[in-house]
Design a binder for this molecule. Structure first.
Ligand SMILES: [Ca+2]
Ligand SMILES: [Ca+2]
Ligand SMILES: [Ca+2]
Ligand SMILES: [Ca+2]
Length: 394
C-alpha cells in the first residue's frame, strides 16, 4: 500500500466535490465568506451575517484558513440536506500542532458561530473534517474527528442528523466516529466526516469543540493535522403569489406574521429568491378564502396578528389596479414594537377601484437591519412573507 503525501487534499477534493478551495471564477456576491486565523465571516444569500470566532486549544495553531466561494452550479451531494448546499460559501481551516495522546483523544479548537439575526434550525454542513500526518504505515497518525456541541445563545440547541455522516454517530450533543481503526485510504466516513446536522432551536450563536482521536501507525507521523471545513444554510420562507408579482424570501428567525412560519424549499438552496407555485404555509395571519378586506372613503384597513421578536416593520401591498404587479403606490407600512400582537395597515387607494378579487402581499422584517418592507420582492434576513388572494369590499 502506498500513501501519498497529498491524500488529505485528495480527501478534501472528494468532500468538496472537486471544487478547488481557491476557485473564485464563479463567485456570487450574494453569498461570500472571508477567512483568517482568528475569524471567518460570511454573508448568507438572505443577508444574515455569520461570524465564526476561533479559539485554539493548547498548542494548536491555524496553519491555513481558506474561504470557499459560492458556486450556484455546485452539484447535489448525498451527504447534504439541502442537497446542493455546496452552492453556498464556506470556509476550510487546517489546524496543526495540537498535543497528541497516542491512541487517545485531543482537544483541538473551539469555534463560535454568531448570527446577525436570530435564525431557526440552521443546518451545519461538515465537509471532509479530519486529518492525518505522515506518508507511510511505518510513520503516520490518522486523526478521526469529533464535533461536540458545547453551548449556544439564547439557549444551547441540539444536533439532529439531517444527512450523511457515514461511519459516524450523531447524538443531540456530538458527532463521533462509530469506531476507529487502521485504514488503507481515507474518504468520507473513513477518518474524515461528511454530513449535515440541524441545530434545533432559534439561535443567535452556537459553539462547537473539535476533537481528534489518534490512530498511530509505526512510529507515528510528524505534524498533527486536522482539517475543518464548514458551510451553513438557513431555513427560508417564500412568497406564493403568481409569478408576475415577483419572488420574496425571508430567513426564518424569531418574528412572524401570525404565530409562526413554515420553511419552504427545504431540499435545495438558492442564491436568488424563489417563490412557490402554491401556498404551503400552515400558519396564515389572514384567513378566509378569499380574505375580505373592507374599505370606505378611499382607504382600506387591515389588522394583522403578528409575533415580532424585535421591533419590526410590516408592509402590505394590494394590487388595486390588478395589473399583476405590486406597485410602489399600492404599499402601506407600519412599525411594531417587540412582542406587539397586531399590526394595522391602512392603504389610501391610488384611484377609484372596483370591488372584487385581487392579490395582497404582506412582509414583516426586523426594523434595524432590513429594507425588505420597502420593496415587494427580494431577500430579507428576518421575518416572513405571506401572499393572500383577497376580495376588496366597499
Ligand atoms: Ca405566518
Ligand atoms: Ca412558508
Ligand atoms: Ca398593481
Ligand atoms: Ca409565509
Amino acid at each position: 500500500m502506498i500513501l501519498r503525501g497529498t491524500f488529505a487534499f485528495t480527501a478534501m477534493a472528494v468532500a468538496l466535490g472537486g471544487v478547488a478551495v481557491a476557485d473564485t471564477s464563479s463567485t456570487d456576491t450574494s453569498s461570500t465568506f472571508t477567512n483568517s486565523a482568528k475569524t471567518a465571516s460570511g454573508l448568507t444569500p438572505s443577508g444574515v451575517k455569520v461570524t465564526v470566532s476561533k479559539t485554539m486549544i493548547g498548542q494548536t495553531r491555524v496553519a491555513s484558513a481558506e474561504a470557499t466561494a459560492a458556486n450556484a452550479a455546485a452539484p447535489a451531494d448525498e451527504y447534504l440536506i439541502p442537497a446542493n448546499a455546496k452552492a453556498t460559501a464556506g470556509f476550510v481551516d487546517l489546524y496543526e500542532g495540537f498535543t497528541v495522546k497516542r491512541g487517545g483523544w485531543s482537544d483541538v479548537a473551539t469555534l463560535t458561530f454568531t448570527f446577525s439575526r436570530p435564525v431557526r434550525d440552521p443546518h451545519l454542513h461538515v465537509f471532509g473534517t479530519g486529518g492525518s500526518s505522515g506518508t507511510s504505515v511505518r510513520a503516520r497518525d490518522d486523526y478521526w474527528p469529533a464535533v461536540d456541541l458545547v453551548s449556544g445563545a439564547p439557549a444551547k440547541p441540539t444536533f439532529s442528523k439531517a444527512a450523511g455522516f457515514p461511519g459516524f454517530h450523531v447524538t443531540s450533543a456530538s458527532i463521533t466516529p462509530e469506531r476507529v481503526y487502521t485504514v488503507s485510504s481515507t474518504t468520507c466516513g473513513i477518518v474524515y466526516t461528511c454530513g449535515t446536522v440541524k441545530l434545533n432551536g432559534t439561535l443567535t450563536s452556537f459553539t462547537i469543540k473539535l476533537r481528534a482521536r489518534d490512530v498511530r501507525y509505526g512510529t507515528g507521523g510528524t505534524t498533527p493535522q486536522l482539517w475543518a471545513a464548514f458551510k451553513l444554510s438557513l431555513a427560508e420562507d417564500a412568497s406564493d403569489a403568481p409569478t408576475s408579482y415577483g419572488a420574496a424570501s425571508h430567513a426564518i428567525g424569531d418574528s412572524f406574521l401570525g404565530r409562526t412560519a413554515t420553511a419552504d424549499h427545504p431540499d435545495t438552496v438558492s442564491l436568488t429568491p424563489r417563490g412557490l407555485t402554491a401556498d404551503t404555509d400552515a400558519d396564515d395571519a389572514v384567513t378566509g378564502s378569499p380574505a375580505r378586506i373592507g374599505g370606505h372613503g378611499g382607504s382600506y384597513t387591515l389588522a394583522i396578528p403578528v409575533t415580532p421578536g424585535s421591533p419590526s416593520n410590516v408592509a402590505g401591498w394590494i394590487d388595486f389596479d390588478r395589473d399583476g404587479r405590486f406597485d410602489p403606490n399600492e404599499r402601506a407600512t407600519v412599525q411594531v414594537a417587540a412582542r406587539a400582537t397586531t399590526a394595522t395597515l391602512r392603504w389610501a387607494t391610488p384611484r377609484p377601484i372596483g370591488s372584487g378579487p385581487t392579490w395582497m402581499r404582506l412582509r414583516l422584517s426586523a426594523a434595524t437591519t432590513s429594507t425588505a418592507t420597502g420593496t415587494a420582492t427580494g431577500w430579507a434576513d428576518s421575518g416572513e412573507v405571506e401572499d393572500h388572494r383577497i376580495s376588496l369590499d366597499h
